[in-house]
Every structure is written in structure tokens, then in C-alpha cells.
Design a protein around this ligand. Structure first.
Ligand code: ADE
Length: 249
């Protein structure tokens, strides 16, 4: 998968050199390039922002540097309608608290794509025409990582790259470990334990030491339901009420 990130802080993405995603980049499974938006300016101060039309607080990112950056990155790319394969057409994502919420389901969808372009806004946001123009050349989505406000899109993009990157086949050594995680089956994950069986007076639940795989599976599912009911009842599927979950039904 190819990922291009446009940002005024390319160094934010240096941490992608480490851990599993670092290995994925070394092995060629994942190609991430951070492009400095200021490289697409032409004035002495490399200006990327200006005051908002209509007044108001803060600054808005100017369209021209974004236009040049996206021209370059989408240059040879065809749009989704004419691409040989839909998955090969670039998808442009702008992180924004005003976007659709990023979920594990979206991470799975995006992991199927071959080329993602992330555009990190700062200040009060990006001139609307940047989104409108990009949408004439490629599929564009505004995506939020949650109902809170960050100072810019970089941290949100880091989170998305990690969530998407680990789903690319070969990135996580044991694909089984991707299956039994929070959100993969719509529930939160069950608690995990390792040795020793007793630590500071706290014991591992005896069922996990029983060797009875059926009982362990049932216990884990029960724990998933209980945890989900307690902290994220909104995740329970329709028809499965919090009370059903309490009963393990
Ligand atoms: N930029 C600022 N806040 C954000 C959020 N919650 N999600 C994505 N991008 C953002």
C-alpha cells in the first residue's frame, strides 16, 4: 500500500520508522511518504494560511499550496470511475472533527485500497474549495477520530495509519491475533492474563487454568458481553439489549 501525507509537520511521521509499521515499510508492504506543504508555496515566508473571508478568529489554510500538492500526488492518477480497479484509485482523506467517525470497519475497508492520500489541516481548517476541487479528481472523505478537537490532523492521521497498516496482510506476524480484538466482532475484547497464576494476591480466573477449551471460550464471550454492556452499550447489536448481555444471552 502507498500512503502519502501532506502536512506542515512532516517530522510527526518519523515515528513510523519504528515497531511493526517500521518493519512493514522496510519490507515494502507499506510505503509512507510525508510531504511538506510549504514545499508547494512560492513566497519568501512559505505562507500556508491567511485570514478568513467573512471574519472570525484564527487563520484558514490557503488553497494554492494544497492545489499544487494534490496536483502532484493525484497527477497520474485516474479517478475512481475510470481506474482499472476501484481499489487502485487514490482515496483522499482529510482528518477533521467534522468528518464521519473512523471505526474498525472503516480501517478494514481502507486497508483494501492501494493508495491513500491524507491531507493534514491546521489552524481553523482548510479553504473549502480544496475539498471541492479534490473531489473532482478523486474520492474524498472527511474523517474524524472522535468527538474531540485536536490541534491539527497529524495525530489523527497517525492513528488511522496504524489502524489501517496493521490490517495489511503480512504486517502483523500472527493474523490470528487480529481476530480476537476489541471491535473486530463488534464487542470489546475479553481480559487477558499470563503467568504467574497468582500475583500480589490476585489470581487468574480458574477457568483459564482448567484446560477446558469450550468453557474458556464461553467465559471469554461472557466477559466480552459484560464489558461491552458496562462501558459501551451503544455497540451492542439491535435486538441484544444490555439486559440480554447481562444474562449472557
Ligand atoms: N483534527 C482536529 N480534530 C480532529 C479529530 N477529532 N479527528 C480528526 N481530525 C481532527
Amino acid at each position: 500500500m502507498r500512503i502519502d501525507v501532506v502536512t506542515i509537520f512532516p517530522e510527526f511521521f518519523d515515528v513510523l520508522d519504528i515497531s511493526l509499521l517500521g518493519k512493514a515499510r522496510q519490507s515494502g508492504l507499506l510505503e509512507v511518504t510525508a510531504h511538506n506543504l510549504r514545499e508547494y508555496t512560492h513566497d519568501r515566508h512559505r505562507t500556508v494560511d491567511d485570514t478568513p473571508y467573512g471574519g472570525g478568529a484564527g487563520m484558514v489554510m490557503k488553497p494554492e499550496p494544497w492545489g499544487e500538492a494534490l496536483d502532484e500526488l493525484l497527477g497520474e492518477a485516474t479517478d475512481a470511475a475510470t481506474a482499472p480497479r476501484a481499489s487502485a484509485a487514490p482515496l483522499v482523506i482529510f482528518p477533521s472533527p467534522a468528518g464521519e467517525v473512523f471505526t474498525q470497519k472503516m480501517a478494514r475497508e481502507l486497508a483494501e485500497r492501494e493508495h491513500l492520500v491524507f491531507g493534514c489541516g491546521r489552524y481553523e481548517g482548510i479553504d473549502q474549495r480544496v475539498f471541492d476541487h479534490a473531489a473532482t479528481r478523486a474520492e474524498v472523505r472527511l474523517v474524524s477520530v472522535g468527538d474531540y478537537v485536536l490541534n491539527g490532523g497529524e495525530v489523527a492521521v497517525m492513528a488511522m495509519i496504524e489502524a489501517i497498516g496493521r490490517l495489511i496482510p503480512g504486517v502483523v506476524g500472527n493474523p490470528e491475533s487480529l481476530v480476537e480484538e476489541s471491535h473486530e466482532d463488534g464487542l470489546l475484547e475479553y481480559p487477558s492474563y499470563t503467568k504467574p497464576a497468582e500475583w500480589r494476591g490476585l489470581e487468574v480466573p480458574p477457568v483459564l487454568l482448567s484446560g477446558n477449551h469450550k468453557a474458556i471460550e464461553a467465559w471469554r464471550h461472557e466477559q466480552q458481553l459484560e464489558r461491552t454492556r458496562r462501558v459501551r452499550p451503544d455497540l451492542l447489536p439491535p435486538g441484544r439489549t444490555p439486559d440480554d448481555a447481562a444474562l449472557g444471552g
